[in-house]
Design a protein around this ligand. Structure first.
Ligand SMILES: NC(=O)c1ccc[n+]([C@@H]2O[C@H](COP(=O)([O-])OP(=O)(O)OC[C@H]3O[C@@H](n4cnc5c(N)ncnc54)[C@H](O)[C@@H]3O)[C@@H](O)[C@H]2O)c1
Ligand SMILES: O=c1ccn([C@@H]2O[C@H](COP(=O)(O)OP(=O)(O)O[C@H]3OC[C@@H](O)[C@H](O)[C@H]3O)[C@@H](O)[C@H]2O)c(=O)[nH]1
Length: 390
């Protein structure tokens, strides 16, 4: 769609000279490229989104600070990762740090995350770690924001539901305010939980969901729905460049051992010789995405031209009984599987329709559950000090 444009100058500023540093900063083409008055991919993108009529922004995106625009325009891309000390966040940081043109700043309050997840970067000249709660404003200068901060495991997000809502609503407002002030692009990690207990299966992004607004999970799923609304309102009203990923259940090394989510629970239980606790009825389904696939999808979304929301997840769908049997077979065939009571409003089925991710991001997951589980097992064995029996 975007590549059909054949404009020779920037359609918003009418001159590529004024916008040159910003184009360089975002599309990362050489300075000479912009000097040659060729078209700026990023500005075209804004024009194309607007001309499609959908999610129309009433303003061009805010300009970055004069410093980023002039003196430092050829400096590294500064990227903020909120929640970067958590499970997905720390893997994202690893990937972003591989690019020597990136400086990464993590802001985290360590509620569910840990410095340990980032220990290899602490002290690195391109890395900075800030203990910060995003329900308070954050005044820094950045070019991109990956906004992940929020407890994700149901037992943690239900622990202090009011705080979970504040994190999703006030926290997202603060990050959007930051994006507005510094002209940064912002990506929100939303969730498949915005579909609630879905009546459409698999779930496409066009499905509006079936969410209980007053249930015990609402602090999280309604919180994320408001966060998505705020993202689009800032986009339409203030021209902020937004990206929204709807993440489906993700697993992998570095999940908290006692995180409470199903894959980490089952692997820890199998290694501790404890029964695998399947919550009734056990026929409820989930689709599990390995974390490296997830990080790849998030970066493609940030760097691409689509606002989203876009589902990012692995469409391989399993009942919880099937998952328990797979963990038992792969890790500890002697273990018992025990049926236990469930919690309210547990979604009965969940599977992403990833047509848009394939089409718009050229993304699809590579790692199957049976290949990902042993990678996570190895990490859990190391952390629990349980050697593999020969
Ligand atoms: N892992 C999944 O299956 C999954 C699925 C859907 C969506 N998501 C979303 O992805 C993001 C990351 O999830 P995760 O699995 O890595 O979870 P996680 O709990 O491991 O990481 C969340 C991080 O956010 C931090 N945090 C929480 N509240 C904060 C606050 N108020 N201020 C600053 N930091 C705060 C935590 O300390 C932690 O480091 C979350 O936004 C979550 O909603 C995850
Ligand atoms: O020990 C357990 C834990 C969980 N389960 C079941 O496993 C399924 C998945 O539960 P999890 O707690 O792992 O995660 P959920 O799918 O309910 O929510 C997740 O989905 C989307 C994300 O936004 C969040 O990371 C997380 O809330 C549920 O049906 C639950 O009842 C078990 O059978 N046994």
């Amino acid at each position: 769609m975007i590549r059909n444009f054949k404009l020779q100058i920037c359609p918003l500023t009418e001159t590529s000279f004024i916008d040159k540093p910003r184009c360089h900063r975002v599309c990362r083409r050489s300075f000479d490229f912009h000097n040659s008055f060729q078209v700026c991919i990023r500005v075209l993108t804004m024009a194309s989104i607007a001309s499609n009529g959908e999610h129309k922004a009433t303003k061009p995106p805010p300009t970055p600070s004069p410093l980023r625009n002039s003196k430092f325009f050829q400096s590294n891309m500064r990227i903020l990762v909120t929640g970067g000390a958590g499970f997905i966040g720390s893997h994202l940081v690893d990937k972003l740090m591989e690019n020597e043109k990136n400086e990464v700043i993590v802001a985290d309050n360590y509620f569910t995350g840990s410095k340990d997840n980032l220990r290899k970067w602490i002290g690195h000249p391109r890395f900075e770690l800030i203990r910060h709660d995003i329900t308070e404003p954050l005044l820094i200068e950045v070019d991109q924001i990956y906004h992940l901060a929020c407890p994700a495991s149901p037992i943690f997000y239900k622990h202090n539901p009011v705080k979970t809502i504040k994190t999703n609503v006030i926290g997202t407002l603060n990050m959007l305010g930051l994006a507005k002030r510094v002209g940064a692009r912002i990506l929100l990690t939303s969730t498949s939980e915005v579909y609630g207990d879905p009546l459409v299966h698999p779930q496409p992004e066009s499905y509006w969901g079936n969410v209980n607004p007053i249930g015990v999970r609402s602090c999280y799923d309604e919180g994320k729905r408001v966060a998505e609304t705020l993202m689009f309102d800032y986009h339409r009203q203030h021209g902020i460049e937004i990206r929204i990923a709807r993440i489906f259940n993700t697993y992998g090394p570095r999940m908290n051992i006692d995180d409470g989510r199903v894959v980490s629970n089952f692997i820890a239980q199998a290694l501790r010789d404890e029964p695998l606790t399947v919550q009734a009825p056990g026929t409820q389904t989930r689709s599990f995405c390995y974390v490296s696939d997830m990080v790849d999808g998030l970066i493609r979304l940030m760097e691409g031209e689509n606002t989203g929301p876009i589902n990012i997840g692995n469409p391989g769908e399993f009942t919880m009984i099937e998952l328990a049997e797979t963990v038992k077979e792969l890790i500890n065939p002697k273990i018992e599987i025990k049926m236990v009571e469930n919690t309210p409003d547990d979604p009965r089925q969940r599977k992403p329709d990833i047509t848009n991710a394939k089409k718009m991001l050229g993304w699809e997951p590579k790692i199957k559950l049976r290949d990902g589980l042993p990678l996570m097992e190895a990490d859990f064995r190391l952390r629990l000090g349980v050697a593999k029996k020969l």
